[in-house]
Design a binder for this molecule. Structure first.
Ligand SMILES: NC(=O)c1ccc[n+]([C@@H]2O[C@H](COP(=O)([O-])OP(=O)(O)OC[C@H]3O[C@@H](n4cnc5c(N)ncnc54)[C@H](OP(=O)(O)O)[C@@H]3O)[C@@H](O)[C@H]2O)c1
Length: 249
């Protein structure tokens, strides 16, 4: 089965992977609703989408305002005249210092990376179940594979997002809905700018193309991007806890 994405909502479309996904879909003449907080950046993406032959409407939205998600989702679906794809790409990675415990910072990561995704995923899940088709793609991360000492809550938010998306897949695939988990390794975006020690870094465009191609194959995939990160994840999962806690990873 091959999915086509003529009408899509992208949450977190103002930069990085979400923006690159918008541009890829725009080049295929898709009709898009783009959401994030920064209206100028969204308008710029919308212009690029239109220049590429697609169509784009901008909606300013802070995913921490979860009570708004349902109404925003309904308005976006109405503007598009239906929905084939929802991408949840909003995410934040707060810098956490050695020895720092900051519940405010940690709470923000949970709100944006996990709770916002749940609000949008639930809205899309209800529609897709009723129409018995559609694709939901959540951008999780390799960081969710193990609890790592460097940034406990970023990893926990991604582990939660991976588990939530798997649960949606188990609910919805029987209705013909395609629920996709994408777990990128390092991607060159504003999120990773200035970070040291990264390896196997790919461009946002490469991440977008690979993610969309995985989603288009259908069958509710759960995939690392690029696939070689799956090997890293398999090795990390095998490391015993007593060893893992001594590593600086
Ligand atoms: N870059 C990597 O190496 C990498 C690796 C694995 C997974 N990921 C994941 O990929 C996703 C995209 O990240 P990226 O690397 O493309 O980062 P990015 O360039 O910083 O983009 C993050 C996006 O999230 C949006 N966002 C942040 N806070 C928001 C809020 N409160 N409400 C609505 N939107 C919000 C931003 O828009 P506004 O600021 O305009 O609101 C922006 O569009 C994230 O979930 C990230 O965790 C990234």
């Amino acid at each position: 089965m091959s999915e086509t994405f003529g009408r899509a909502i992208i949450v977190g479309a103002s930069s990085g992977i979400g923006k690159a996904i918008a541009l890829e879909l725009g080049a295929k003449k898709a009709k898009l609703v783009l959401l994030a907080r920064r209206s100028d950046a969204l308008e710029q993406v919308a212009q690029e989408v239109r220049a590429a032959g697609g169509d784009a409407t901008v909606m300013v939205h802070d995913v921490r305002d979860r009570g708004e998600a349902g109404a925003r989702f309904d308005a976006a679906v109405e503007a598009l005249g239906g929905l084939d794809l929802l991408v949840y790409a909003s995410g934040i990675l707060e810098r956490v210092r050695e020895g720092e415990f900051d519940a405010e910072k940690d709470g923000r990561m949970l709100e944006v990376n996990l709770l916002g995704a749940v609000a949008w995923g639930d809205a899309a899940g209800a529609l897709f179940q009723a129409q018995r088709r559609g694709t939901l793609m959540n951008i999780s991360s390799v960081a969710g594979v193990r609890g790592r000492r460097g940034n406990p809550v970023y990893g926990a938010s991604k582990a939660g997002l991976t588990a939530y998306t798997e649960a949606l897949r188990n609910r919805l695939s029987r209705y013909g809905v395609n629920v996709v988990t994408v777990k990128p390794g390092y991607v060159d975006t504003p999120m990773t700018a200035g970070q040291k020690g990264l390896f196997w870094v790919i461009s946002a465009q490469d991440a977008a193309r690979r993610s969309l191609s995985i989603a288009a194959r259908g069958g509710s995939p759960d995939a690392f991007v690029p696939a070689r990160w799956g090997l890293v994840a398999a090795i990390i999962k095998m490391i015993p806890s007593v060893v893992f806690r001594r590593l600086n990873f």
